[in-house]
Design a protein around this ligand. Structure first.
Ligand code: PLP
Length: 425
């Protein structure tokens, strides 16, 4: 209560409790300059967090084994042994904890550029790479550095909900453009329809959180064509920001290509959070294509944005770890097995879903139009699934299968019982 008293006042409702929590009028008067928008981002609870916290309460009430928590996207496999070895090596250098130059260690940026060039046919140098505190800082810097207030950022939906905060935080308008609901590939007409002369950025994330879908070569080629046409029509560059933290997490038969190969005005945002299971260590980067219009200026503008946000010097120790691990392929076996087990459980229950080619998420079709209502009914069976509305599309729930294998094993009967309620066979 002591902390929250600063922002909230608790008032007894007329006639005594229950208590109502309301925004303090006195704070408004004292600090008239406070932004409603940042206050809202700081106080609202994401749907994912809310479901996760509900799960913790239910586990305390019913026991751990009665709740099947598919709500969070935290990698469930440990960081590979190379990470530990790199940390120990780095600790031998007494200068390891010092500041690095603002864009990150040159030797790390050289390695990143080399890896991207080898895979995407680009000709990047270290001066095109900026090391950041994870993909989040890379994305926020890109939104701020690539837009002017009032310009538009379009995310292909379903999308990672923080995109909206990054775009609006930069003063831009946030819009979304749905992928085809049958297979989550590009719908060129939908994209064509949403691009305007105010569009500054299109945001794409493949392999995708929340669906696990991977954009195929046809979608990427068409995406580039539609955007090139729009650039010509409106007479200015439209930057494609490709958010790629899951790019190494791809299963048999699929390849996650980067749009860097397809479209000149591309910025890649990446982190080692998922590939090396290091989400708490905060290291990633942005890379500006060597073919991007005004490449030096946009790099400088994004670096300026990072500076304005105070994103200085991503952890020095982790920069060294990243340097030793650039290009290291993750061990996908645990996710591969979980994916197969979850698909099997859903097939047995009769649910329809989009078979994921990457990441560790799966999109289940809601058997009723309201995915939130479906998610609430799933809760009754101990199944914690996130409705797709927060990801910018309706009609699905997300299952994050980065869980212990027993969770999926035990969840089978719950999925079957849930399907039974809907008369699915
Ligand atoms: N982009 C996507 C699609 C994500 O799923 C996440 C994290 O879950 C991020 C960006 C942020 O990643 P990071 O931990 O590198 O900031």
């Amino acid at each position: 209560l002591a902390k929250s008293q600063f922002v909230y006042t608790l008032r007894a409702a007329e006639g005594g409790g229950p208590y109502i929590v309301s925004f303090s009028q006195s704070l408004r008067e004292e600090k008239a300059m406070i932004s409603d928008e940042t206050l809202c981002w700081g106080t609202e609870k994401s749907c994912i967090r809310e479901i996760f916290e509900y799960g913790l309460r239910r586990k305390a009430e019913l026991g751990e084994d009665k709740v099947f928590d598919f709500s969070l996207g935290n990698p469930s496999v440990p960081a590979p042994p190379e990470v530990r070895a790199a940390i120990l090596r780095a600790l031998d250098d007494p200068t390891v904890h010092g500041y690095t130059v603002a864009p990150g260690r040159v030797s790390l940026r050289e390695k990143i550029a080399g890896e991207l060039n080898g895979r995407c046919g680009s000709r990047l140098g270290p001066e095109d790479i900026y090391v950041t505190c994870g993909a989040a800082a890379a994305l926020a810097s890109a939104m701020k550095g690539l837009t002017r207030p009032g310009e538009e950022v379009v995310a292909l939906a379903p999308y990672f909900p923080e995109y909206a905060v990054f775009a609006r935080g930069a003063g831009a308008r946030f819009l979304s453009c749905p992928l085809r609901s049958a297979d989550l590939q590009l719908d060129p007409a939908a994209l064509e329809g949403v691009l305007t002369e105010k569009t500054a950025v299109v945001l794409v994330n493949s392999p995708n959180n929340p669906s696990g879908a991977v954009l195929n070569a046809e979608s990427l080629g068409t995406l580039a064509e539609v955007m090139e046409r729009a650039e010509r029509r409106f007479g200015h560059p439209i930057y494609l920001v490709s958010d790629e933290p899951y790019r190494e997490l791809v299963y048999e038969g699929a390849t996650a290509e980067s749009p860097l190969r397809y479209y000149d005005d591309t910025i890649v945002c990446y982190s080692w959070s998922k590939s090396l299971s290091l989400p708490g260590e905060r290291v990633g980067y942005f890379a500006v294509s060597d073919r991007a219009a005004g490449r030096r200026e946009i790099y400088a503008s994004m670096a300026g944005a990072a500076r304005a946000y105070g994103y200085v010097n991503p952890p020095s120790l982790m920069q060294r770890v990243a340097e030793d691990c650039v290009g290291l392929a993750p061990d996908l076996e645990a996710y591969r097995k979980n994916r197969a087990a979850l698909c099997e459980a859903l097939d047995a229950a009769g649910f329809s879903y989009i078979r994921p080619d990457g990441a560790f998420y799966l999109f289940i079709r809601s058997p009723e139009p309201d995915a939130k209502a479906f998610s609430l009914r799933a809760r009754e069976h101990g199944l914690l699934l996130v409705p797709s509305d927060d990801f910018g599309v309706g009609g699905f729930v997300r299952a994050a299968y980065c869980v212990a294998p027993e969770v999926i094993e035990r969840a089978g009967p719950a999925f079957a019982a849930l399907a039974g309620e809907y008369g699915i066979t």
